[in-house]
Ligand binder design. Sequence first.
Ligand code: PRX
Length: 656
Amino acid sequence: MSPEPSHNPAIEVYGLEDRTFPPPVEVACDALVTGNELHEEAETDYEGFWARQAGDLLTWHREWDTILEWDLPYARWFVGGRLNAAENCVDRHVAAGQGDKVAFHWEGEPGDTRTLTYADLQIEVCRFANVLKGLGVTKGDRVAIYLPMIPELPVAMLACARLGAPHSVVFGGFSSESLAGRIDDAEAKVLVTADGGWRRGKAVPLKDNADVALATTPSIEHVVVVRRTGEDVAMTEGRDQWYHDLVEGASADCPAEPMDAEDLLYLLYTSGTTARPKGIMHTTGGYLTQVAFTHKYVFDLHAHTDVYWCAADIGWVTGHSYIVYGPLVNGATSVMYEGSPDHPGRDRWWDIIERYKVSILYTAPTAVRTFMKWGTAEPAAHDLSSLRVLGSVGEPINPEAWMWYRQHIGGGTCPVVDTWWQTETGAIMISPLPGATTTKPGSATFPLPGVAAEVVDDAGQTVTQGGGYLTLTRPWPSMLRGIYGDPERYQETYWSRFEGRYFAGDGARIDDDGYFWLLGRVDDVMNVSGHRVSTAEVESALVDHPGVAESAVVGAKDEVTGQAIVAFVTLKGEQEASDGLGQELRRHVATKIGPTARPKTVIFTDDLPKTRSGKIMRRLLRDVAEGRDLGDTTTLADPAVVEEIRRRATEAPSED
Ligand code: PRX
């Protein structure tokens, strides 16, 4: 057995978990997969396996010449094939007589609703594609999208895809500065935004944020603004136009651009170990193949009867792959919800599930833990019997949350599929299949058919039982094709730690039965409520404040959010530590990056513990942070903490 990696922060002690749950008869009797057949087929010929999926699940203008060209770390899938993503998501379903089928049951936070059939979607997408064309967008141009969870968001993405213009969706919770950085990196030509969106009964001022960003984004020529909240917003003459005005006069006829399988479909920025977010590149043919495959088989989708709801935000990869592309390629009927789970009451989700008879729910452990805290009365007061499969994504799900989810949401029978993947993988990689896999609470179980994952030790030796680093050992169709504008960083970040392997940044353990247990990040990336936040990014935002000399940020265990951000801060000479300054720093980070990155706790210290080479000893800080009762506050300069840090810094072995 190999040892656990020395700095691997296990988020939960999983070792004692021995409950197992075979697929329930009600699901297995009608499931798409009940045995090992897909795994076996894929192991015999994995390229052929993916090619069969590409052919079965997608419609191509031209078939590919070669399934895979692999020149590590660059993969090209379905080389020579041509297709259009929007056509695969929309037009072909209408052409097949499914135009009246509901694509989205959309619900706004205030309670307003819209139903979009596939035929409606086709009209909206074509019209907006013509609008973009009219604004000068052509194949290859980048379009930034900064919208709330309203139907115009998937419409705008698909309109871009129709023209072959890669989109870059920026989560509505990001700050002006984050938006500006992403627009500039991609040199986007057009920005699509809204006056605002609804969140907990309040209007989030997206256009105001965008206006601040637009002061430093020279590449933007036009801004299209959706009216959502009706708040007053400034419109800059010659640059800003209302979405409804533009769409009104636009034709609903817009031929789709046949794209190369390897043409860029979108960029999505994600945090890494440095302060600068990475523009993850996803292309067309391979990405669509794997998102459609996984959406169909991981959720055991019966497209004619299921009502599927992924409760993520489209601003994250989960929404790209499992609200937009996967479900639409598969012709599914989805629920899409704009707002927060506690508005107007804490039963909003259960009310939605009951009313739309949702049968598949896909959410994050942090949401499950929040519901656990709110108690069982809310879900118990609703009829949730339509549910048949429950999914989890974004962070390790602790066995208690898994059991609660299954019991109180899934009526004690629904299989729970814990799905491991990343922005970079594009699609689910490790997960049970609900009709075939015996699950264990807290384990993502096994790599999916066609996926090869291995755990290795520090030296890169394969670990067949025990802990280590999670790696992927061969290319997969939806893998990232690079980091936009930075090939060296791509090679360095993912392909240099272990020769010939993609290193995911996660620790994992394999148990005696070969089950994979994900243990969380082993690098300097935190996971807060399933959202990736880089320690370096938060540190850089903190030292940007004029009073801060130095900072070190760590993720400490948190019952609800998985990890909470704890910032250790040393101040410049003249600055006095105070509660007020702590609050100001927390606000400062939220303004620089976005509310997700706001430190939960700021701890002022005179010194930061460092190795002889000047590297901050994060592990020690994490221990200190986790040893404390963390409040949602500032911790004032506390001699005991400083003393503790000093004492431990002198005692701890060097991490050089
Ligand atoms: O640490 C893993 C964690 O989330 C990271 C990827 O974050 P992101 O790119 O934002 O994508 C999130 C949605 C796919 C991973 O490196 N993670 C994701 N899913 C799981 C998980 N950790 C444990 N179990 C999971 N099911």
